[in-house]
Write a protein of this length. Structure first.
Length: 133
């Protein structure tokens, strides 16, 4: 399981891709479903895909199943995405991946301080700008 974007924003749809391989020596995989669940770091479920049908996988066959988390479904933060492969009530496989969701840019622009020099000095963290107040 892997996110398609490096660090998606909360206002974007988020793509997750699961790679499935049938390693059975004697049976095709028919009728399986994939379920993708996303939870926060405390384990609280935040989103679920529901059951997604998996194409028939013949011996040695491979498929990639794409899941899309809708834009706005996850707030900015760190999550764990977990994909589980089911055949009826039997869990066949599970994979997980961390997922970091960035906030969207709410404000862009510049700041002009009256009376400040054209190129104000860089200030270290916690330093005061009261000189221009």
């Amino acid at each position: 399981l892997a996110p398609l974007q490096g660090q998606p924003r909360s206002d974007e749809a988020i793509g997750l891709q699961a790679r499935l391989v049938n390693l059975s020596r004697n049976a095709a995989l028919v009728g399986a479903v994939l379920r993708v669940d996303v939870s926060d770091l405390s384990g609280l479920p935040t989103w679920s895909s529901g059951d997604q049908p998996v194409p028939t996988l013949w011996l040695g066959g491979e498929a990639r199943v794409l899941t899309t988390v809708p834009a706005g479904a996850l707030r900015p933060g760190t999550y764990l995405a977990r994909a589980t492969l089911w055949l009826g009530s039997q869990q066949l496989a599970e994979a997980s991946a961390p997922l970091a969701v960035a906030g969207r840019v709410a404000l862009a622009g510049s700041l002009v301080i009256p009376g400040a020099p054209k190129d104000p000095p860089a200030l270290g963290r916690g330093r005061s700008t009261s000189r221009w107040a």
